[in-house]
Design a protein. Structure first.
Length: 94
């Protein structure tokens, strides 16, 4: 999902999420690093819904706080102790 237009990237992500194509997981993981927050949140939500725990664990190291937070909350609710570090990092960031 590359391109200058965020609205087109968002529409592409919506189509991927609906179709649940085999390669969609990899594209959604790449979308976690998109500059557009709405697209990142859509990607995290789709990975969460698909129960992609490995992808969510990787997302906890994202450069974007919104991705780290949503992924860490999801992993914490599953009892993942690795979620504590990103949650504390976000909570104590200045």
């Amino acid at each position: 999902m590359a391109g200058r237009h965020a609205d087109l990237r968002i529409e592409a992500a919506k189509a991927l999420i609906k179709r649940r194509e085999a390669g969609a997981r990899d594209l959604l993981i790449r979308a976690l690093d998109d500059e557009t927050g709405a697209l990142r949140m859509m990607a995290v939500g789709a990975l969460l819904a698909a129960e992609e725990s490995t992808a969510l664990a990787q997302a906890m190291a994202s450069r974007y706080a919104d991705v780290r937070l949503r992924a860490a909350v999801a992993r914490a609710s599953e009892g993942d102790p690795a979620a504590l570090e990103p949650l504390l990092g976000i909570a104590t960031a200045k």
